[in-house]
Design a protein around this ligand. Structure first.
Ligand SMILES: O=c1[nH]cnc2c1ncn2[C@H]1C[C@H](O)[C@@H](CO)O1
Ligand SMILES: [Zn+2]
Length: 354
């Protein structure tokens, strides 16, 4: 059975890996760019949306990341950050996402003179506003934020401290992102060690553009709770399904993989949705989650990612519920709050659908 996009949009979903600066509405980019005189590659919303997808469809993570210069450019004031975050919450909720962790790199939003705390507070205000609007519209959503440090830069300790400062104000975790090759996670070991001493949670983009050494460092040196992508863990799985030591560790410890199917095809981490390692990883019962990464650059949504997988692998409500509960189990909010979302929202809704 293949599920339709509309059916899937009605089901509750949980999203752990979505970038704030990778999910703007094209029309919002156009309006914000006009206010500051930023030149865009297209001036009509439809054409701009298509430009992002085509430009990100490059086969290389570095070229994919180059498209963010336009979104980051229009997110340099408190008002623009607030607006983008509010719209993000509204859009995710309208797509049936009931729990989301949205990440962004505060250090990339200082060009207009904001301080790091001002950036965080503007984004938090936007999520509060957007979540309230979504609840009023009958689509309640809970949004937690992850603060990302850019792996080529040298501000990870500062960003880790920022995350701790705002841990009781909606910031639920930390991450590093950016070009992976040449920037191993161990460059930021001091930040990860600090966060561990603070009993905090973090994920690391690893195993996307670079393979097993990156995943191994993220887990065994840095202590990552989850892997951003982690898709290249398949390099440690034999043709007969036998697991190497690292793959076995990841599965045994139930380390969540934040898989992002469409993004992986665009950056060359997977050759197609139909050949995406998510099928093998699910069959082997890794802790697999489904994510959007960058809705603008992939022209996608959480429901669309699920629909693509349903079409490619014949997955139905049973599999979708499994992915959704996996994501909720792996969220960075407290255990009792995760359990409440699973038991009060997700399970009753899927019980009706299955
Ligand atoms: O998939 C990704 N891999 C590595 N870095 C990424 C990915 N998607 C977005 N980023 C970067 C670009 C953004 O500006 C930054 C913060 O969200 O994170
Ligand atoms: Zn990402």
């Amino acid at each position: 059975m293949t599920l339709s996009l509309d059916d899937i949009a009605r089901a509750p979903k949980a999203l752990l890996h979505d970038h704030l600066d990778g999910g703007l509405r094209p029309q919002t980019i156009i309006e914000l760019a006009a206010e500051i005189g930023h030149a865009l590659p297209a001036t009509d919303a439809q054409a701009l949306g298509e430009w992002f997808v085509a430009a990100a469809d490059s086969g290389s993570l570095e070229r994919y990341l180059a498209t963010f210069s336009h979104t980051v450019a229009v997110m340099q004031t408190a008002e623009s950050l607030r607006r983008v975050a509010a719209e993000c919450a509204v859009d995710l909720a309208a797509d049936g996402v009931v729990y989301a962790e949205v990440r962004y790199a505060p250090e990339q939003h200082l060009v207009g003179g904001l301080t790091l705390p001002q950036v965080v507070e503007a984004v938090q205000a936007g999520f509060a506003q957007g979540s309230a609007e979504a609840a009023t519209a009958g689509r309640p959503i809970r949004v937690g934020t992850l603060l990302t440090a850019m792996r080529h830069a040298a501000r990870s300790m500062e960003i880790a401290e920022l995350a701790i400062t705002y841990r009781d104000h909606g910031v639920v975790g930390f991450d590093i992102a950016g070009a992976e090759a040449g920037y191993p996670p161990t460059r930021h070991l001091d930040a990860f060690e600090y966060l561990q001493r603070e009993n905090y949670h973090f994920t690391i983009h690893a195993g996307e553009a670079f393979g097993l050494p990156s995943i191994w460092q993220a887990i065994q040196w840095c202590g990552a709770d989850r892997l951003g992508h982690g898709v290249r863990i398949v390099d440690d799985i034999g043709p007969d399904g036998s697991l190497g030591r690292l793959a076995a560790y990841v599965r045994d410890k139930r380390i969540p993989l934040e898989l992002c199917p469409s993004s992986n095809v665009q950056t060359g981490a997977a050759t197609s949705i139909a050949r995406h390692p998510i099928k093998l990883l699910r069959d082997l019962r890794f802790r697999v989650t489904v994510n959007t990464d960058n809705r603008l650059m992939s022209g996608t949504s959480m429901s669309r990612e699920m629909a693509l997988l349903s079409e490619a692998f014949g997955w139905g409500w049973g599999e979708l519920q499994w992915f959704t509960i996996n994501a909720m189990k792996s969220a960075f909010i407290p255990f009792d709050e995760r359990l409440a979302i699973i038991n009060d929202i997700i399970k009753p809704a899927y019980a009706k659908l299955v």
